[in-house]
Design a protein around this ligand. Structure first.
Ligand code: F0G
Length: 465
C-alpha cells in the first residue's frame, strides 16, 4: 500500500518501506514515499478532518497536527505514530505585516511553526521520520544541522526514549538557542570543522557505515510529516487554498514536501486550485536563486527547470564545481539557511513546476528589518523565517504578487532560537556580535528598538518615560 519510489521518471524504481534509503540505489536520485491510494481509505473531502479537532476520537489525532491527517500520510498504521504533540501551530491574520509588505489588510497570514515543541517546523518531519525509524528498529538516529533539525531530534529522543540522538553541527555555525537545546536535551553533539554541507556529507557516510538512522530531509519519510504544514494552513483557511505560499529556502525540504502535498491533494481531487509558491533564498546563500533565475550558460537560455524530471544535471555540476574552484561559501546572518548545496534541489524544482513557482533572494538587511517588524507585531521569529516576509515585500514591489492576493508566509522558527541576532540588531555594539552580524551593519537597522542606559535615579529615568 505504501512504498518508496525514485523520482527520476526514467528510473522509477520502487522499494519497500522497510528499507532505509536516502537516495535511489540504482540511479542516485531522491526518493518519494508513495501510496496505492485506490486501496486506501482516502476521504472524499478535506472537511472529513474537522471531526478530529472536535471529537476525542483518538488522542494522537487530537494532540498532533501531523497525525490528525494520517489518511494523507498512511505509510504505517496510526497506532505506530511517534508523537510529542507536534503541529499545534497557528495561522495569524497579520494586518500590520500586510501593510509592511504592501498587500491589503486581511490578505497576509503568518504560519507560526515556531510554536512546535522544539520551536521549529522540523518537529512535523521528525515525528514522521522517527515513526519510520521505530518501525525499522533503529536504536540511534543522526543528523547534520544548522541547529533546528538537531534540536528537534534531541527533543524527540529525550521525550520518547525510543532512540539515542547524535547530532553533527558545523563549528561556530549554529545559533546558541539551538545548540543549547541539543546539549540540554542530552543529544551526543559532534561539532566538526566545516559548515552544514561538510557535516551532511560526513553524517551520510557515518550513518551508512554504522547503521545509524538518518533524519535529514533526504529521508523521504521526514518529508511526509512536513506536508501537514500545508494541510494545517488550508484547514485554518476553512479548506481554501491561498494564492501564494512563501517559504524560506535552505536545504529545500519544505519546498519539496509542500509541492508533494499539493500534487497529492490535487490528484486525490481534494483541492481544485493549486497555490503558487515563492521560495526565498538569503542573498548570501542563494544557490537555488542562481540556478533558477540566472542563465548560467544553459543551452535552453533560461535557468534550471524540472522539465518533467529531465533537468540539466550538468548545469548543477558546473555551478558547484565553480563554487569550489572559487572557494565560494554561503554566508548569511540567517544561519539556519546558510547552505551551499541544497540536498532537495531536484524536488524543489518539481514543486516550482507544479506550483508555477518563483524564486527570489533577500539581503541580510531585508531579512533583519522584516524580522523586527514581525517581532513588533506578533510572536516573532528567527532570522531565516523572516526571509519569507522580506521576500513577499520584494515580490509585491516587483508586481509578482498582487496586493489583493491571499499570501501565507511560513515562519519556520521561534523568536528565541537566535537571541544574538536579535540583540545585535536592536543594540549598540557591532563589535560584540561581529561573528553573528558578519557584513550587516547595525547602523542601518531600520526598526531597532535600542535599550536605554540610565543611572539608577528616578528623575533620570523619568526623562525617558
Ligand atoms: N528556516 C529554519 C528556521 C530552518 O531551520 C531551516 C532549515 C530552514 C528555514 C530551511 O528549510 O531546509 O526545508 O529549506 N534548517 C535545517 C537544520 C537545515 O539543520 O535545522 P529547508
Amino acid at each position: 500500500m505504501a512504498y518508496q519510489i525514485c523520482i527520476n521518471p526514467d528510473c522509477s524504481h520502487q522499494y519497500e518501506i522497510g528499507q532505509v534509503l536516502h537516495s535511489c540505489p540504482v540511479c542516485g536520485e531522491l526518493l518519494d514515499v508513495d501510496y496505492e491510494w485506490d486501496s486506501l481509505p482516502v476521504p472524499d473531502s478535506l472537511c472529513h478532518f474537522d471531526r478530529y479537532r472536535s471529537e476525542s476520537v483518538n488522542s494522537v489525532r487530537r494532540s498532533s497536527g501531523v497525525w490528525r491527517f494520517h489518511e494523507l500520510l498512511p505509510f504505517l498504521p496510526l497506532e505506530r505514530s511517534v508523537s510529542i504533540g507536534e503541529g499545534r501551530t497557528i495561522l495569524q491574520d497579520a494586518r500590520y505585516i500586510a501593510s509592511f509588505v504592501g498587500v491589503d489588510a486581511g490578505r497576509l497570514f503568518l504560519q507560526y511553526e515556531g510554536l512546535n515543541p522544539s520551536g521549529s517546523f522540523k518537529d512535523n518531519g521528525m515525528s514522521a521520520a522517527l515513526t519510520h525509524g521505530a518501525f525499522v528498529g533503529a536504536k540511534k538516529a543522526a543528523c547534520a544541522s544548522t541547529g533546528n533539525t538537531s534540536a528537534s531530534l534531541a527533543i524527540y529522543a529525550a521525550t520518547t526514549r525510543l532512540i539515542e540522538a547524535v547530532v553533527f553541527v558545523g563549528s561556530g555555525k549554529i545559533a546558541y538557542g539551538k545548540l543549547s537545546q541539543a546539549l540540554d536535551y542530552g543529544a551526543k553533539t559532534i561539532q566538526i570543522q566545516g559548515d552544514f554541507d561538510d557535516a551532511l556529507i560526513r553524517v551520510r557516510q557515518i550513518a551508512k557505515d554504522h547503521n545509524i538512522y538518518l533524519v535529514n530531509s533526504v529521508n523521504p519519510f521526514r518529508l511526509e510529516g512536513q506536508k501537514t504544514i500545508m494541510f494545517r494552513v488550508i484547514e485554518e483557511l476553512d479548506w481554501n487554498v491561498p494564492d501564494w505560499i512563501v517559504v524560506p529556502g535552505g536545504n529545500l525540504g519544505n519546498a519539496a514536501s509542500f509541492g508533494k502535498a499539493f500534487i497529492e491533494l490535487h490528484k486525490l481531487n481534494l483541492i481544485k486550485k493549486i497555490p503558487r509558491i515563492a521560495i526565498i533564498n538569503a542573498s548570501g546563500s542563494n544557490t537555488l536563486h542562481q540556478l533558477y533565475n540566472k542563465n548560467n550558460d544553459n543551452k535552453n537560455e533560461r535557468g534550471l527547470r524540472w522539465n518533467g524530471g529531465h533537468y540539466d544535471k550538468d548545469l548543477i555540476k558546473n555551478f558547484y564545481d565553480k563554487m569550489t574552484s572559487e572557494s565560494r561559501k554561503a554566508h548569511t546572518i540567517a544561519s539556519a539557511i546558510e547552505i551551499n548545496r541544497p540536498a532537495n534541489l531536484s524536488k524543489a524544482l518539481r514543486t516550482l513546476e507544479f506550483c508555477n513557482g518563483v524564486v527570489s533572494e533577500v539581503t541580510d538587511q531585508e531579512i533583519m528589518d522584516a524580522k523586527a517588524r514581525v517581532g513588533a507585531c506578533g510572536f516573532g521569529c528567527e532570522p531565516a523565517s523572516a526571509a519569507s516576509v522580506a521576500g513577499t515585500k520584494k515580490l509585491v514591489e516587483e508586481g509578482v504578487i498582487n496586493k489583493e492576493e491571499l499570501v501565507v508566509c511560513i515562519l519556520t522558527g521561534h523568536q528565541l532560537k537566535d537571541p544574538n541576532a536579535t540583540v545585535a540588531y536592536h543594540g549598540n555594539d557591532q563589535n560584540q556580535f561581529n561573528n553573528t552580524l558578519g557584513k550587516f551593519n547595525i547602523t542601518s537597522a531600520k526598526f531597532a528598538n535600542k535599550p536605554i542606559s540610565v543611572p539608577n535615579d528616578p528623575d533620570e529615568i523619568a526623562k525617558f518615560l
